[in-house]
Design a protein around this ligand. Structure first.
Ligand code: CP
Ligand code: NVA
Length: 305
């Protein structure tokens, strides 16, 4: 039976640890397993722009001996030019897996339902699982004992936050999330994560106080205030998030050896100041690099030879 990766919750804790262990091996040797995707083709269906996700998947697929085809928003135009169901059924006749970046979670769910091949979510409005798996790997490189770590996410409680929350809950990492009122994570995601965190002995704190959010944490994580597709809300969001900037005053509340993380793209002067993202605590480009290694492990897990 084929498996999809719509969010981190689709994987067991053991499977996540297995993927992270394979990621470490692939990072040590980029040309390990050069035939893992031999004679396989992957379709990259993108309804939104991308730098990291598209490029790291394309390069990773080629390093594993596979082929890929990038399909831009104007080519597939999910649900407009033809139904998502028909796109899924058609692409299943050509490809061995699909990576999809879509506007709405329902679109990636429909692709997964009607495709006979694995569908990997490359970001939707609700989740960004490849990012979260990469992020946990990146945290582990700095703090190998993950269960001693507290992660802090400051910003909008949407896709990146949801997947990070679930990934921390699965691995047993404590997480604190600070958002402005009205931008909290989805209630169902919080409830699901709390149930998983209880099984794994980790804590989840949701607050509206950025200072409480970063107090004594090891990791400070930030994302843009205006996600792709929300551009008309820019002015309102800049006002609503102004107290949630990661700057030198806020980071004083974290542990001295904290690390700063960001999924990128970043907006210096909005969610983070230049001195923090470009400073000595920042690991944002390690994260960007690690997308390559983690996604190769994910593809081997879901679609490898
Ligand atoms: N972090 C991330 O997914 O980046 P892109 O939007 O550039 O793919
Ligand atoms: N929350 C951001 C993440 C980009 C990787 C967005 O959806 O645009």
């Amino acid at each position: 039976m084929k498996r999809d990766l719509i969010d981190v919750k689709d994987l067991t804790k053991e499977e996540i640890l297995q993927i992270l262990a394979l990621t470490a091996r692939l990072k040590k040797d980029r040309f390990l397993m050069p035939e893992a995707l031999k004679h396989k083709s992957v379709g990259l269906v993108f309804q939104k722009p991308s730098n990291r996700t598209r490029v790291s998947f394309e390069v990773g697929i080629k390093q594993l001996g596979g082929e890929c085809v990038y399909l831009s928003p104007s080519e597939i135009n999910l649900g407009v030019r033809e139904t998502t169901e028909d796109v899924a059924r058609t692409l299943s006749r050509y490809f061995d897996a699909i990576v999809a970046r879509v506007n709405y979670n329902k679109d990636v769910l429909a692709l997964a339902k009607y495709a006979s091949i694995p569908v990997i979510n490359g970001l939707c409005d609700m989740y960004h699982p490849c990012q979260a798996l990469t992020d946990l790997f990146s945290v582990m490189e700095k703090f190998p004992k993950l269960t001693d770590v507290t992660v802090s996410y400051i910003g909008d409680g949407n896709n990146v936050c949801h997947s990070l929350l679930m990934c921390c809950a699965k691995i047993g990492v404590d997480i604190k999330i600070a958002t402005p009122a009205g931008y909290e994570p989805n209630v169902n995601v919080i409830m699901a994560a709390k149930a998983v965190a209880k099984e794994n002995g980790s804590d989840i704190v949701i607050t509206h106080s950025p200072i409480e959010g970063v107090k004594d944490v090891d990791v400070i994580y930030s994302d843009v205030w205006v996600s792709m597709g929300q551009e008309v809300e820019t002015q309102q969001r800049i006002r609503d998030f102004q107290n949630f900037q990661i700057n030198k005053d806020l980071v004083k509340h974290a542990k001295e050896n904290y690390i700063f993380m960001h999924c990128l793209p970043a907006h210096r002067g909005q969610e983070v100041t230049g001195e923090i993202i470009d400073g000595p605590h920042s690991i944002v480009f390690d994260q960007a690099e690690n997308r390559l290694h983690t996604q190769k492990a994910v593809m081997i897990f879901l679609a490898g030879n």
